[in-house]
Design a binder for this molecule. Structure first.
Ligand SMILES: Cc1cc2nc3c(=O)[nH]c(=O)nc-3n(C[C@H](O)[C@H](O)[C@H](O)COP(=O)(O)OP(=O)(O)OC[C@H]3O[C@@H](n4cnc5c(N)ncnc54)[C@H](O)[C@@H]3O)c2cc1C
Length: 385
């Protein structure tokens, strides 16, 4: 067993740390206040080669893997949970699915735009009445001979209204249950019959656009289908296995960011004649946050390493996602307490970590869904894949 990063991995981590501190941090609070999304920043990530970690080199891959991707996501999210999302989406979302399941034409047409950060990607499963139970979706595509006709809607989709091209999951044969879902690559800005609008009521992640799609008799070309007809559910679960580890890494970053700010404040703030970090109960809070953060880090790195080795990792990925997202929420909650009244103020970052952390218990499979996956495998009901 070897716990040290290689020189290259340490360099990747340092590059992402510098990017987060120099490119994101200086203007972050203002952008969060204005709910501002910066396409130029996604392009900058593309220029730096951040968005092509797991792709084969012939498709533009940079020769890195899931572990490097996790190291970067952690550093970005430690500064900004919002900016972890486009990194994950452009890096581990649509590009990997198209690389695995796409035709040569689809690979040629879409992957470079996503990984250069010039075309915003997305993946759309969730609907207003469909979340954890993906197979309960209503959106469907009808074969009209020379095209598909789409009807339905999607909700809570990252990048919906800024998206150029992304993955849409829809029923093509409802009779077959989850074996009747297909995946399509859609281009909302270029396609009539797709309405995309932002969701403006989010609690946090204000620099990450989230929105809705409505499809009304939308015509999409036959060649827009990704992979096999009715093969979408399997692809969706595979894709979630990739983006879930990115989310776990983001949670690790949020836990680390909340802890860092809490320690800094606890060392500076004086009450009862000494810094509050010298009071035992505050020390206990910091110790608990530290243990959970360290444990989550081991779990996330291990799951990413297993993915890079091509070994079964669904169990470890869910364990890592559950542990890291719960650690992030706990750390953010404790940071709020350590900051006292200033935790309750938007002048300090504690409240932003607290708001953003809550999303991590929901996205890429809620904490209960991770528990279902973990216990199913722990009890031998399903196999680790
Ligand atoms: C910021 C943000 C970004 C998002 N981005 C995307 C995106 O890009 N693409 C996309 O498709 N979706 C996206 N989502 C949607 C997200 O994936 C869903 O919200 C998530 O899957 C949960 O679905 P739900 O909200 O409908 O909750 P529900 O599934 O309705 O769950 C509600 C509660 O019931 C629990 N529950 C449900 N079923 C069970 C069960 N069987 N056993 C025990 N408990 C259960 C859940 O754990 C949860 O606590 C995003 C959401 C947010 C907040």
């Amino acid at each position: 067993m070897f716990f040290e990063l290689t020189e290259e991995q340490a360099l990747v981590q340092e590059t992402a740390r510098r990017f987060a501190e120099e490119d994101i941090l200086p203007t972050l609070e203002e952008e969060e206040k204005n709910h501002e999304f910066r396409q130029d920043r996604v392009e900058r990530m593309g220029e730096l080669g951040f968005l092509s970690c797991v792709l084969p080199e012939e498709l533009g891959g940079n020769g890195m893997g899931f572990l490097e991707s996790v190291l970067m996501a952690e550093q970005i999210a430690e500064v900004s949970a919002s900016w972890r999302l486009p990194f994950n989406m452009q890096n581990l979302g649509a590009p990997l699915s198209v690389a695995r399941w796409g035709t040569d034409e689809q690979k040629e047409k879409y992957i470079s735009g996503w990984i250069e950060g010039k075309k915003m990607g997305f993946f759309a499963m969730t609907e207003s009445n469909t979340g954890s139970d993906v197979a309960s979706m209503k959106t469907h595509a009808i074969d009209k001979g020379d095209h598909w006709e789409l009807n339905g809607s999607k909700m809570w989709i990252t990048n919906a209204h800024v998206g150029d091209a992304g993955l849409l999951y829809a029923y093509t044969d409802r009779e077959k249950g989850n074996k009747g879902i297909s995946c399509f690559i859609i281009e909302p800005k270029k396609t009539e019959g797709i309405t995309a609008k932002p969701i403006e009521t989010k609690l946090g992640l204000h620099c990450s656009p989230t929105g809705e799609f409505v499809f009304e008799g939308t015509k999409i070309p036959k060649e827009a289908m990704l992979g096999e007809l009715n093969g979408g559910f399997k692809m969706c679960m595979w894709q979630l296995g990739n983006t879930r580890i990115g989310c776990a890494a983001g949670a690790l970053g949020v836990a680390g960011g909340a802890l860092k700010h809490a320690i800094q404040y606890a060392n500076e703030r004086t009450q009862f004649g000494k810094s509050i970090s010298k009071h035992q109960m505050v020390q206990a809070q910091i110790a608990e946050m530290t243990v959970e953060h360290e444990a989550a880090r081991m779990l996330v790195y291990k799951a990413a390493w297993l993915k890079d080795q091509g070994k079964p990792n669904q169990f470890e990925t869910s364990v890592a996602k559950l542990a890291a997202s719960e650690a992030a929420v706990h750390a953010a909650n404790e940071a709020m307490k350590i900051f006292g009244s200033f935790g309750f103020s938007t002048e300090y970052p504690a409240e932003r970590y607290y708001r953003d952390a809550k999303s991590l218990q929901v996205v890429e499979g809620t904490s209960n869904i991770q528990k279902m996956i973990i216990s199913g495998m722990a009890c031998g009901h399903t196999d680790n894949r």
